[in-house]
Every structure is written in structure tokens, then in C-alpha cells.
Design a protein around this ligand. Structure first.
Ligand code: AMP
Length: 406
């Protein structure tokens, strides 16, 4: 029998922070149990009236108030921990883990924040102009407010840092590419790594023996081919725009579309950037970007929505075929993130007709949302198809803990 700390006072916890350009998401994680002790989000930073949501101790607190900048946003968050709880001191926060989107070719794992790391995150900002500066602001503000705790950075690109050159290289002038760091970095790496490791535990086989295709299908979406725990391919490239069709992003597109729209439609580069990142994908084709709304429209006979779903599934199926060829043999296909975990229509739709590749779905097992890891292929199938809920915050917390050696 354990006589140790009560459940709301873990032996050690990690505060995970994900700073966006106008938001701060946070979660206080117990890395042992994997539970979120508290979580929340500050939104509309710098936009007149901001909104704050803090979920802790069984209740949700919402506030609307001015949040002029990230420093104030984080001060408000720490104030909510003081006022509502849980008490951060009692929670024994041993590290703050920061998500950073772009680590370029410089980082292949988590690192302790120091002046040089900050400088490099800044240096990589041209590759992620919306994200890295916001991430860095979050790091600096958090360090100022929590100076006694070590801060660790976990890069979204790290898992893909050692993609084979054949997968990471764009076939463009090599000098131009080198001068401007143009190559494929991938994204969602924390999720792909976490899910592929979970899969090995769940199927009870060594990670080194498994060839996997991981499908992270959320509002952003990416696929990866993982051979023996090492990333062999991924669908996102220089930025998270490449690859699968997403909620609002086009994914793969002929680059000449950009020249065409610029030269013949008079659109500026910024307008085309906005078009491809925010007005494309499922939303561009159907008007909605949430899959629940998309399915409603399909049921009502909406032709645009039907086409959007067909384009989405077609692209996804192409990637599965491509990654099958990259890996040569596939043991597991794992679905994760908002759509992957919850949308049985997408899961069944994309795998239908792939029996020739040993890929089958048991429709009864597939039915419904999955909040727990679930095998959805029939017993004895050549490829095990599973749903494995992702948990990027827990993955960041555990990596931060490894770095600080707690
Ligand atoms: P994420 O980016 O991983 O948080 O995923 C968010 C997306 O998951 C939403 O935009 C929806 O499209 C999708 N999603 C969430 N819940 C469901 C559900 N019950 N059924 C289908 N799709 C869902």
C-alpha cells in the first residue's frame, strides 16, 4: 500500500507550455501517471479583450479580460494557479517544457534552454515565421516568471531530423537550397514519436522490429513511415503545408499554382500564403473545416462536401501506398489526433479496398470514437490497424524530465 503523496500532489510535475502567436496553451502534467493535473488556454492575446480558460480540480474557470501580451497572459495563468489551484509549489514543478515548432537541422532532441538555444530558435524563425518567434516569447516570459525551474525545449521537428537524405532533400538547385536551408523538416514529430512507441508497447513487440505508418489526422494532418522506431519518411516538408489535405491547408500542390495565381490572378505572395494555409483544404472545398460538420453536409447531399471528403481520402490513401513502398513491409497502421481518434467514417473510408496489401478493417471494432488504444483490424490480419490517442503534452513532459534528470 502506498502511503505517499495524495493524488493532487504528485512527486514531480512538469508545466508544459505551447505559445502561439496570439495564444498560450498550458498543461500541468504528472509524468508518472500521465494525468493532466490542470490545463488551460489564453486566447486573443493583444486583441483588446482576451479569453482565458483554466481547467483544474474538477472545475472550469473562464475569464474575459484584456491580455495585451504574452507576459500578461502567463501572469494571469500563474495567478489562476494561485487563486484556484492547484498550488504549483505543492505540485513540485521540476521543469517547464516548451513546444517549439521548428528546430531545423540543428536539433534532434530536447534541450535545456540557454542563451545559445534561444539564439538558434531566433535564427530559425524565417522557416517558421508565425511560430518560432511566438514560441521564443513564451520561453522568455516563462523564464522571467519561473526563474527557479529549468526550462526545456522540445522541437516538433526533432523526430524527423535524421530522415534519410533521399526523403529530406527537395530536387532544386543544391546551392540555393543550402543557402536558404530549404529541405524537408517535417512536423508533429512529438506525436509521431509518442504514438509509434506506444504502438510497440501495445502490440508487445520490440520497437526495433516494427514497421509502422502513423497517421496524425487533426486539424493539421501528417503521415509518417517509421522503421524500427526511426522516421523514414513524413508528409510535411519545409513547413506544415506540404502533404495531406488538412482542415484549412491544401497539402501537396503543384508549386506552379503559386506562380499562376501571382501572375494571372494578381494575388500577392502573402495572399497566396493565406489562401493555401487558411482558406484551403477541407474548408476551401466545403466551407467547413470540422469533420463533424463535413459529414453533416455530406449526409444532406452537399456536393462540395462530398468532393472534399473524397479528395481527403484519396490523398491519404496515396500516402499509405507510398509509405508501404518506402517501408517494404508494414506491420502496423496507427491513427491518431482529433480525426484519427474520433472519425470512424474516415478510418474505414481510407482503408477500404486495400485488402490486397493485407490491410483490413473490422467495421464493428472500428465503430465510434476511441479514447483508449484500440485494434480495429480483424484478428489474424497481416497489418494490425489501431487507434492510439496521442498525448503531446505528456510526451513533452517526459522529454523535459529526461533532460533535467529528475
Ligand atoms: P486536433 O487538431 O487533433 O485537435 O483535431 C481537431 C479536429 O478533430 C476537428 O477539427 C475535427 O475535424 C476533428 N474531430 C474532433 N472530434 C471529432 C468527432 N467526434 N468526429 C469527427 N471528427 C472530429
Amino acid at each position: 500500500m502506498s502511503t505517499s503523496t495524495p493524488s493532487d500532489q504528485p512527486a514531480a510535475s512538469v508545466l508544459v507550455i505551447n505559445s502561439g502567436s496570439s495564444s498560450i496553451k498550458y498543461q500541468l502534467v504528472d509524468p508518472d501517471s500521465g494525468q493532466a493535473i490542470a490545463s488551460g488556454i489564453v486566447e486573443q492575446i493583444g486583441e483588446g479583450v482576451g479569453s482565458v480558460k483554466h481547467v483544474a480540480l474538477g472545475s472550469t474557470t473562464r475569464r474575459e479580460l484584456p491580455v495585451p501580451d504574452h507576459a500578461e497572459g502567463l501572469r494571469i495563468v500563474l495567478g489562476l494557479f494561485d487563486e484556484i489551484g492547484p498550488d504549483l509549489e505543492a505540485a513540485h514543478v521540476v521543469a517547464v517544457g516548451h513546444r517549439v515548432v521548428q528546430g531545423g537541422a540543428l536539433f534532434d532532441g530536447p534541450v535545456l534552454v540557454d542563451a545559445e538555444v534561444e539564439r538558434l530558435i531566433e535564427e530559425l524563425a524565417p522557416l517558421a515565421p508565425l511560430h518560432n518567434p511566438a514560441n521564443l516569447t513564451g520561453i522568455r516570459v516563462a523564464q522571467a516568471l519561473l526563474p527557479d525551474v529549468p526550462h526545456v525545449v522540445v522541437f516538433d521537428t526533432a523526430f524527423f531530423r535524421h530522415l534519410p537524405d533521399a526523403a529530406a532533400t527537395y530536387a532544386i538547385d543544391a546551392d540555393v537550397a543550402a543557402a536558404h536551408r530549404v529541405r524537408r523538416y517535417g512536423a508533429h514529430g512529438t506525436s509521431h514519436q509518442y504514438v509509434s512507441r506506444q504502438v510497440a508497447e501495445l502490440v508487445g513487440r520490440p520497437l526495433e522490429d516494427l514497421n509502422q505508418i502513423v497517421l496524425h489526422l487533426g486539424n493539421g494532418a501528417s503521415a509518417s513511415a517509421v522503421r524500427g522506431g526511426v522516421a523514414a519518411e513524413t508528409s510535411m516538408g519545409l513547413t506544415p503545408l506540404e502533404g495531406l489535405v488538412m482542415g484549412t491547408r491544401s497539402g501537396d500542390i503543384d508549386p506552379a499554382v503559386v506562380f499562376h495565381l501571382h501572375r494571372n490572378a494578381g494575388m500577392s505572395i502573402d495572399e497566396i500564403d493565406d489562401l493555401l494555409n487558411r482558406r484551403s483544404g477541407i474548408k476551401g472545398l466545403s466551407g467547413v473545416n470540422d469533420f463533424r460538420a463535413l459529414h453533416d453536409l455530406v449526409e444532406q447531399g452537399d456536393a462540395g462536401a462530398r468532393l472534399a471528403l473524397d479528395v481527403y481520402l484519396h490523398r491519404l490513401r496515396k500516402y499509405i501506398g507510398a509509405y508501404y513502398a518506402v517501408l517494404g513491409r508494414v506491420d502496423v497502421i496507427a491513427f491518431t489526433a482529433g480525426v484519427g481518434e474520433n472519425d470512424d467514417i474516415v478510418r474505414a473510408g481510407v482503408l477500404t479496398g486495400l485488402e490486397g496489401l493485407g490491410i483490413e478493417v473490422d467495421l464493428e471494432r472500428n465503430a465510434g470514437r476511441k479514447s483508449q488504444p484500440t485494434v480495429i483490424s480483424p484478428d489474424g490480419a497481416r497489418v494490425t490497424v489501431m487507434v492510439v490517442p496521442t498525448n503531446e503534452e505528456l510526451a513533452i513532459a517526459r522529454q523535459a524530465l529526461e533532460v533535467v534528470g529528475a
